[in-house]
Design a protein around this ligand. Sequence first.
Ligand SMILES: Nc1nc2c(ncn2[C@@H]2O[C@H](COP(=O)(O)OP(=O)(O)OP(=O)(O)O)[C@@H](O)[C@H]2O)c(=O)[nH]1
Ligand SMILES: [Mg+2]
Length: 318
Amino acid sequence: MSPTLSERVLAGDPRAIARAISYIEDESPSGAEIVRRLFPKTGHAYLVGVTGPPGAGKSTLVDRITAQYRKAGKTIGVVAVDPTSPYSGGAILGDRVRMQAHAGDEGVFIRSMATRGHLGGLARATGEVAVVLDAAGKDIVIIETVGVGQDEVDIVRTADISIVMIVPGTGDEVQALNAGIMEIADIFVVNKADREGADRTVMSIQAMQAMHTFADGEWRPPILKTEATSGLGVPELLETIEKFRQHTLATQGSRRRARAEWRLRELLGHRFIEHVEKQVLAAGEFEQILERIAARETDPYSAVDGIFARAVARSENK
Ligand SMILES: Nc1nc2c(ncn2[C@@H]2O[C@H](COP(=O)(O)OP(=O)(O)OP(=O)(O)O)[C@@H](O)[C@H]2O)c(=O)[nH]1
Ligand SMILES: [Mg+2]
């Protein structure tokens, strides 16, 4: 009997990993099935989130990090998400080039997520891809996202450590980062340190940090300077990631538990809405309800009460 897809993923077969990820992207039932099978085999990988504005040098830095970890004998999986660009062709093309840099190295797997315009399920899909790469035995799984909004914050929240990248610029780049992104940073990286103004950028992050009181023993997110194109500062970044990992060993469990809770609630909500749309409401009814709300003939609260009651009644009659 030939091995199943999940068995091949567990053996680290790159083609099987690619196939499994495609199923997840397509939201096909095979995707859900594979995640179900692989999930019990996860928990080995350390999940590193890298986020920052478009063009910050995320991909270049992730490439450097990957190479550095490879030198240390670690295996790497990378998921790059580009939710801002409706034409992810460019990003994917770029990642093909990146893939070639590691071609023939089975210790590296890089994949871009095509988002097809819908943001909602992106964080979920990213989490599921991380499950696949983790189960495939990768030591480090890097999740690269353009940091702009809540979706990206949610994606990064699925990681064990969040690296927030900033580039020197006009001076208001730090303010431009929304509060959510500031909150999730475990390490700040000021990339393009070869550019004018890098130290000013470091200082403005320090100024923002000064507004926060850190408790005794609380991790104060370090601010590192890197030059991703040359690799300057990358060894220090890896050392800092390791320091953070050591610092949070005791709390990693609760972080992963929070992640599990978030995922459980997210999945449950998703499944319930899907059930309502497919099984409870008649075709076109959702739109009719929307129109009635718009016309102030009903309100969203009563509408939800009504739908919820019908969903429950329906399952009780089964
Ligand atoms: N001068 C300088 N340029 C850099 C540095 N790091 C990256 N770049 C350049 O910045 C550009 C964008 O780099 P990417 O790695 O594609 O940036 P990204 O954040 O992945 O971009 P998106 O995925 O499109 O958001 C490229 O031309 C890089 O060569 C750096 O440290 N210094
Ligand atoms: Mg990129």
